[in-house]
Design a protein. Structure first.
Length: 194
């Protein structure tokens, strides 16, 4: 018994459709993880701005950058606050991680990483990150002022800080990204995603 040409073509068409749907589902899953990470950063930025305005304090959106725990680098975020008359920063949130495989791309997030305001004292005081207390030298941060704007103290030519989130897929990068840009004048996050 053999198969007719129509039966073979039907089986090939079904296999091709299943492969297409499978790749679409995988792509949507990657896109979903990037969106979850991006939404988390947007939520923390909004929370930092609201905390500053509601309490009349400075609030730092801090990202771990060069810590001893490389799994946390460009993936761990925390909010710290400091009242103007106080000399120490206090945690507002615990360390929060982006989903596994999602991180800020340091090559495309230079405005967030390099433009850290020159504050005294700097935003130290975060709780331990995987057993180690990170310092402001190991973190990048943006600071919200009590009026909701971002601090540019000590930054000569400031541009809107931007975090570019990507998914690392076995040594390469997914085409999906989530870009969060913080407006210097209003502190509000603007989003671009693919």
């Amino acid at each position: 018994m053999g198969f007719s040409l129509i039966e073979l073509l039907t089986v090939i068409a079904i296999v091709a459709m299943m492969a297409t749907f499978g790749s679409m589902a995988l792509s949507n899953n990657q896109s979903t993880k990037v969106n979850v990470g991006g939404n988390l950063v947007v939520d923390m930025a909004n929370r930092a701005r609201q905390n500053s305005m509601a309490k009349g304090v400075m609030t730092a959106l801090v990202m771990a950058r060069d810590t001893a725990s490389t799994d946390s680098n460009y993936r761990a975020f925390i909010l710290l606050e400091r009242a103007s008359e106080e000399n120490e920063w206090k945690p507002v949130t615990p360390w929060t991680y982006l989903p596994e495989g999602i991180a800020a791309d340091p090559d495309h997030s230079t405005s967030f990483v390099a433009q850290t305001p020159n504050l005294v004292p700097p935003p130290n005081g975060a709780p331990n990150l995987n057993g180690i207390a990170p310092t402001s030298a190991q973190c990048s941060y943006q600071v919200y002022l009590p009026d909701g704007r971002l601090s540019v103290k000590g930054i000569a030519t400031a541009t809107d800080p931007m975090l570019h989130l990507i998914e690392k897929v076995k040594g390469s990068e997914s085409p999906n990204y989530y870009k969060v840009t913080l407006n210097l004048l209003t502190g509000t996050p603007n989003v671009e995603r693919q």
